[in-house]
Write a protein that binds this ligand. Structure first.
Ligand code: KG4
Ligand code: ZN
Length: 332
């Protein structure tokens, strides 16, 4: 069964085709980063307009790449939440219109469930149950995953998301938006010689907090200036990784699970991956993550979840329902 996936929750237009027997057949992505760069962040109205222009050509490109005809697609999965409401509306309305024309059902998918299950796009797939560390621009969560749709929130950020803290600190370091990747690159040539506070280090809780670290980094930048910015970047990144690692290890300990999955934009961070791999060796657990291009937003993860959730008696209800904020597992 072949499912078309559509992702438009923020500033990436992602389209993909996933086959439940053969795996991923095609995926295309258009990033709007250049469009929003001069504003220092995503401009919602521009994002919506751009998604409208890119969707159809991307779908055509995907069909060509997969070498299949439109009538072989059996369902259309689209991101219904969370995200920018206008951007979500574009994807949902597009999916509904195409589904109506092709007389096939739509499957609404939660964006974070896409990130959560993205490692299943790889050949080596994790086995249930596992702990997932979901770290993106809008979310930082630890989740116990016992099966598809069986999720328990273990902890989450009480203020900024990990990616958000990366991006805000990167901006203060003079890097373009979104700065996470550039900050990590800058950190490669730096030494983590500044001491920044480790968030919620003594707390048993599995929640994160990054606003204190972000403020400490800002004060450090004000004090030291940008001359040694690679050392500031390295110091910030080191504390961030330490915090994410400690909480992940605690979550594995509390649940007793032996598999850790990391996903979402921040899981593209090389040092975070290396550190968790070292810990995995030392503490005898396995770590799984998607390939780099599927860590950040993409259509493949949406098509995948669509295929996993598709049922033979899927309804043809074309109601368009999008949710700027919604917990995973809630449909209303
Ligand atoms: O998952 P994603 O593409 O979008 C959301 O759903 O938010 O995540 C984007 C976030 C941004 O904050 C970006 O700076 C961060 O992921 N990011 C990174 C790296 N690559 C992307 N953060 C740290 N290191 C990276 N290599
Ligand atoms: Zn995302």
């Amino acid at each position: 069964m072949k499912i078309l996936g559509i992702e438009t929750s923020c500033d990436e237009t992602g389209v993909a085709i996933y086959d439940s027997e053969q795996g991923l057949l095609a995926h295309t992505l258009y990033s709007q980063i250049a469009l929003h760069a001069e504003y220092g962040g995503v401009v919602p109205e521009l994002a919506s307009r751009d998604h409208i222009q890119k969707l159809l050509p991307l779908v055509q490109a995907c069909l060509d790449q997969a070498k299949i005809k439109a009538n072989e697609i059996e369902g259309i999965a689209y991101t219904y939440a969370p995200g920018l409401v206008g951007a979500l509306m574009v994807g949902a309305a597009f999916a509904a219109a195409l589904a109506f024309a092709w007389d096939i059902p739509t499957i609404p998918v939660h964006h974070m469930e896409g990130h959560l299950l993205a490692p299943f796009l790889e050949n080596e797939k994790p086995e249930f149950p596992f702990v997932a560390l979901l770290v993106s621009g809008g979310h930082s969560q630890l989740i116990e995953v016992k099966g598809i749709g069986d999720y328990r929130l273990l902890g989450e950020t009480i203020d900024d998301a990990a990616g958000e803290a990366f991006d805000k600190t990167a901006k203060l370091l003079g890097l373009p938006y979104p700065g996470g990747k550039d900050l990590a690159k800058l950190a490669e040539s730096g030494i983590p010689r500044f001491k920044l506070p480790l968030p919620m280090a003594k707390k048993d809780s599995l929640d994160f907090s990054f606003s204190g670290l972000k403020t400490a980094a800002r004060l450090l930048i004000e004090k030291e200036g940008l001359e040694k910015k690679e050392d500031i970047a390295a110091s910030f990144e080191a504390v961030m990784i330490e915090s994410l690692t400690q909480k992940s290890l605690r979550a594995l300990e509390v649940t007793g699970h032996k598999i850790l999955v990391i996903s979402g934009g921040v899981s593209a961070n090389k040092r975070l991956r290396t550190r968790l791999q070292q810990e995995a060796k030392q503490h005898c657990f396995n770590v799984f993550y998607p390939r780099l291009e599927f860590c950040t937003d993409n259509g493949a993860m949406i098509a995948l979840v669509g295929a996993l959730k598709f049922t033979r008696n899927q309804s043809h209800d074309l109601t368009i329902q999008v949710r700027p904020r919604a917990l995973m597992g809630s449909s209303s």
